[in-house]
Design a protein around this ligand. Structure first.
Ligand code: AMP
Length: 250
């Protein structure tokens, strides 16, 4: 069984993002980039299925510029068998990503497609759902546990007030939540070995997919700065502060 895992290159989660001078977008020049954290969970889930003898090949795929090679090398160093870079300079929205992934699915015919539940840059949380709809495959989003038995995938997902478990026939699309697993640490020798693994590069134009934008980003803005906190030394002072300075009627 082949598993395809989609990995996005995003601003590293430790970086405090800055906004371009014209407020048109988040600044990425000279900023540390890395693999989208939820996509690491997706790769880890694929690796665990392979270690259980339930998958034979893991293919990582990323869409973007040549710089995306670094997140693919990361996936290969974690243990993916090979990688595909779909190269484009266009800024892709989730529907365009889903359509390009659909074209890769047509070529590779994976039984399971794993994605992150959302990309931490656009916070869209749309690509997996759109891909499942385009492919007409069953989908399970925000997975916190996976179990594969006899071509049936059991997916546990967190919902309001508890969890629910779905049974999906393969092929299927699943999006990974952080609770799914703890992604393995990438060791330096593995990174070195990953350099020898294959990255196939395709030009997005070759896939003949309409990647036109359907919406326009008008502006981005920083959240309002929070007021500095203060230390109070007694409950009386806390109550006075709330009553006299915060206007709270106690
Ligand atoms: P989003 O719908 O943008 O929040 O992204 C959800 C998931 O779709 C991500 O966690 C990735 O698994 C996948 N994805 C989105 N954009 C890309 C991309 N450019 N390349 C590869 N995978 C992507």
């Amino acid at each position: 069984m082949k598993i395809l895992v989609a990995v996005k290159r995003v601003v590293d989660y430790n970086v405090k993002v800055r906004i371009n001078a014209d407020a048109s977008d988040v600044a990425t020049d000279g900023v540390k980039m890395g693999i989208n954290p939820f996509d690491e969970n997706a790769i880890e889930a694929a690796l665990q299925l392979k270690e259980q003898g339930k998958a034979s090949e893991i293919i990582a795929v990323s869409l973007g510029t040549n710089a995306n090679q670094d997140v693919l090398r990361h996936a290969l160093a974690m243990g993916a068998d090979r990688a595909i870079l779909v190269e484009t300079d266009s800024k892709l929205q989730p529907l365009a990503v889903a359509k390009l992934l659909q074209a890769i699915v047509a070529q590779e015919q994976p039984s399971l497609i794993l994605l992150g539940k959302q990309a931490i840059d656009d916070d869209a949380g749309q690509t997996g759902q759109m891909l499942a709809a385009l492919l007409d495959y069953p989908q399970a989003t925000f997975a916190s546990h996976l179990q594969l038995e006899n071509n049936e995938l059991l997916v546990t997902r967190e919902v309001d007030g508890g969890t629910e478990t779905l049974a999906l026939n393969l092929p299927a699309v699943v999006t990974a939540d952080l609770r799914l697993n703890d992604p393995r640490f990438v060791k330096l020798p593995n990174l070195m070995m990953a350099r020898k693994k294959q990255i196939t590069t395709l030009n997005a134009a070759e896939l003949v997919v309409d990647t036109a934008s359907r919406l326009t980003l008008i502006k981005v803005a920083e959240p309002e700065a929070r007021k500095a906190g203060m230390m109070v030394t007694s409950v009386e002072q806390l109550l006075r502060q709330l009553r006299d300075h915060e206007g709270i009627n106690l």
